[in-house]
Ligand binder design. Structure first.
Ligand code: PEP
Ligand code: MN
Length: 333
């Protein structure tokens, strides 16, 4: 249950009641909010005088639920860049899988600048499935991203691979990415709950949408309201593609949650040939953002080489999204 306390209720009283009801205590717009386990279905008579409004839930999707906030929440990435709310914005994010060198990331930043893409992506800490694969440039990679941020005025998204890196990622980027392999990492989720920066939470490839949103609840209930979901494909029986992009799940998330949703067709299909078509399908669904991997020369990429688009392919794709956006009343930003 979510219980919004009256704005006259002070911190001591909120803490006392919060403890009694075994709840998380959050402060939003000057008032305290208690988030209890969902088995609580009613406010007791003796507490009613403290309560402004309450919301009952059937399961543990509470703060992320559309029953609590009846629209997609607005998330501000900067003063000029927002998604969700009334914006109708679809935020395009592109860049390589990994930062590999200054030349490579500078060329990627130039592509963003040329097309008007505002967010550059690239991993510096890579969670690979093999210890023998490229693990990322680490802090040096983050510093290169930071350099691109000031050189070209771009915003940066990069992945945090363990909770000790959260502060570094915050310092050098504007959106903190939690990767599919870390969706269940409670150290990372709880560290990201303590910050205010937007967090892009990717869906674990073996998780249901319920589990996915519950992972988001760890961040929300810890006090960070700025959570964006990212569908990036789940594992099915299919072996011809890397994963299966779950657009049915996305429809469910749009209907039942208040979190903006960014779609990542690159990691879903795993092969460049299908990325443009899938991205257009995602655009047509009216999502809040698109994440597409690009590389100056995909064939020599140190990670995810088979799925990255070259700049010519991406430019063609980007232009083809504009009429789709127009047809469904969305703005590409
Ligand atoms: C990535 O964005 O490069 C990445 C590793 O994605 P995922 O966590 O979805 O596999
Ligand atoms: Mn990748």
């Amino acid at each position: 249950m979510i219980i919004k306390l009256k704005h006259t209720v002070d911190e001591n009283k909120a803490n006392e009641l919060g403890k009694e009801l075994d709840s998380f205590i959050l402060k939003q717009n000057g008032s305290f909010i208690l988030v209890t386990p969902n088995k609580l279905k009613e406010v007791e008579e003796k507490h009613k005088s403290l309560v402004a409004e309450s919301f009952v839930f059937n399961d543990d999707i509470q703060l992320a639920s559309r029953k609590f906030i009846q629209r997609t929440r607005e998330i501000k990435i900067s003063d000029e860049i927002s998604i969700g709310g009334k914006t109708n914005n679809t935020l395009v994010i592109t860049g390589p899988c990994s930062v590999e060198s200054e030349k490579q990331i500078d060329e990627s930043a130039q592509l963003c600048k040329k097309l008007g893409v505002k967010i550059l992506r690239a991993g510096a800490f890579k969670p690979r499935t093999s210890p023998y694969s490229f693990q990322g440039m680490g802090i040096d990679g983050l510093k290169l991203l930071d350099k691109m941020r000031s050189k070209y005025g771009l915003k940066i998204i990069s992945e945090v691979r363990d909770s000790t890196q959260v502060q570094d990622i915050i310092e050098y980027s504007d959106i903190v990415q939690i990767g599919a392999k870390s969706m269940y990492d409670h150290g990372i989720l709880k560290a990201c709950a303590k910050i205010k920066k937007p967090v892009l939470l990717k869906r674990g490839f073996g998780t249901t949408v319920q589990e996915f949103v519950q992972a988001a609840e760890f961040i929300l209930s810890g006090g960070n309201e700025n959570v964006i979901l990212c569908e990036r494909g789940i594992r099915t029986f299919e072996t011809k593609t890397r994963f299966t992009l779950d657009l049915c799940g996305v429809a469910w998330l749009k209907e039942n949650t208040n979190l903006p949703i960014i779609l990542d067709p690159s990691h879903a299909i795993g092969y460049a040939y299908g990325v443009a078509d899938l991205t257009r399908a995602c655009m047509a669904m009216g999502c809040d953002g698109l994440l597409v991997e690009t590389h100056p020369n995909p064939s020599v990429a140190k990670s995810d080489a088979s799925q990255q688009l070259n700049f010519e392919e991406f430019t063609k794709l980007y232009e083809s999204l504009k009429p789709i956006a127009k047809a469904i009343g969305r703005n590409i930003i």
